[in-house]
Design a protein around this ligand. Structure first.
Ligand code: ARG
Ligand code: ZN
Length: 451
């Protein structure tokens, strides 16, 4: 990939900052300009000389004063709202943690992206879907309606919940009732985090393969039954299409307290499930990791939980996030491996291999337990699906990229990303059903008659 404008810009800024004493690093005086609404005020990206595991950074994170962009053993990239600069600066200086500003205003990158998308959206007819641009919620819902009407009963669009703002959380079931015999049950969830736009794109693309691709229909559909949640957090997703800071929104849009600023709205739906609830999550509503007042406090999580329980035992559960290029399996709340870690690893490896193959060695994923790889976080869907529901395999897949564009993955990368992701899932599933591209061995004639 050629260096992005953001990376070059960041590089120059980093060079400038390295030679500036910390006391002189307040980028811009904080003004109370009432003409600019908070939603349009700058959000900076800081490179910090400590991991997010550092106690003072953990504290800032759980308070909601910084938001995670990237993290490794010795440094991290975090977002800081302009008005929070003095407070974050003071905290870091006190701990003598070095930092510099990598991008002074992330939103300047967002503005161009959003404008482009809004223009495209007005022209597009909603019956058609494509994977060359990001789609507003209405487009995705229009596409689901089209699928429902044109696939002869194979696709059913159902609703699992109604959000606080009144939007349905759709679950799309794909099942060929003509094919009897044992079937693997597969649940694919997308869009639980609002700003991770590539996630609903990948989810709808895989849905499209299952529902319309003759190859998938021949080798996979007779042996599987699918449930897709294209957008698990529709209020949050719709919010990210309103421009400015909203593009970087993660949680849902619950109003926690009318008296608090906007960032104190919302619950992190991936901290709200009831399995070891509260580890690596925040009790502060203003944090982007807010776990909610009680487990399953949210309509989205409760509705999905009931739906999943009614569906029954799952063979495979996948939730798509971005970014990081990793396939993660339980547990999120401990570094200890689960009982069948070996099997989770083996099936997960199929995803990595297929992506490598399709991308001709250009795209590498990592694989491992999520607590060990990312640090602790509980109350997430994957742990619940695995530990409470008893799904045989459960994964969080962090899609492209590795931090170059982060949540703002350019539209030019959607097509290749969703294609390699579908190939990854196809390989996992055909391995599990032992039929199709990644079958362990060819079925013999007798076997074939029996399935
Ligand atoms: N980025 C995801 C999140 O923060 C990772 C979740 C991984 N799973 C887990 N149980 N921690 O929600
Ligand atoms: Zn996420």
């Amino acid at each position: 990939m050629p260096p992005s404008p953001m990376a070059c810009y960041a590089f120059i800024l980093v060079l400038l900052q390295i030679f500036t004493p910390i006391s002189a690093r307040l980028i811009r005086p904080v003004t109370n300009n009432t003409l600019v609404s908070d939603g349009d005020r700058p959000v900076q990206l800081w490179r910090v000389g400590a991991s997010l595991q550092h106690p003072s950074l953990q504290h800032l994170l759980l308070q909601g004063l910084i938001e995670k962009w990237a993290d490794d053993a010795t440094s991290s990239l975090v977002m800081v709202r302009e008005e929070d600069v003095p407070e974050v600066q003071a905290a870091l200086q006190e701990e003598q943690v070095e930092y510099n500003v990598a991008v002074e205003d992330l939103l300047s990158l967002v503005a161009a992206e959003t404008e482009h998308k809004m223009r495209g959206r007005r022209k597009r007819e909603i019956e058609r879907m494509d994977w060359n641009s990001y789609h507003a919620l209405e487009d995705i819902e229009g596409y689901l309606g089209w699928l429902n009407a044109s696939t002869n009963g194979v696709v059913q669009v159902l609703s699992a919940a109604t959000t606080q703002e009144g939007r349905p959380v759709y679950v799309v079931r794909v099942n060929d009732r003509g094919a009897t015999g044992p079937k693997k049950r597969i649940w694919i969830e997308g869009g639980i985090h609002a700003r991770e736009w590539i996630s609903p794109a990948a989810t709808t693309f895989i849905l499209h393969q299952v529902a319309t691709n003759p190859d998938w229909q021949r080798t996979i559909l007779p042996h599987t039954e699918w449930y897709f949640v294209p957008v698990a957090n529709p209020d949050g997703y719709a919010h990210t299409f309103t421009g400015g800071r909203a593009r970087l929104w993660r949680k849902n849009r619950r109003v926690n307290d009318n008296a608090l600023p906007d960032r104190c709205n919302g619950v992190d739906l991936n901290r709200n499930w009831d399995l070891k609830w509260g580890v690596g999550a925040s009790q502060n509503p203003c944090s982007e990791l807010y776990m909610g007042e009680v487990p399953f406090s949210e309509a989205e999580t409760t509705g999905l939980k009931y739906f999943m329980e009614r569906v029954g035992p799952l063979d495979l559960f996948i939730t798509f996030h971005s970014y990081g290029q990793s396939v993660l399996y339980p547990w999120g709340w401990t570094k200890d491996p689960p009982k069948n870690a070996k099997m989770l690893h083996r099936v997960g490896r199929r995803f990595l291999e297929a992506v490598q193959h399709v991308s001709k060695g250009q795209v590498d994923y990592t694989l491992g337990g999520s607590g060990a790889m990312l640090g602790f976080a509980s109350g997430a869907t994957d742990d619940w699906a695995y530990g409470a529901l008893g799904a045989k395999h459960a994964y969080t897949i962090e899609l492209r990229d590795t931090g170059h564009y982060g949540f703002l993955l350019p539209e030019a990368q959607i097509g290749s990303t969703v294609r390699e992701t579908a190939a990854g899932v196809q390989c996992m599933v055909t391995y599990m059903i032992n039929n199709g591209v990644c079958a362990r061995r060819r079925r013999n004639a007798r076997n074939r008659n029996n399935v």
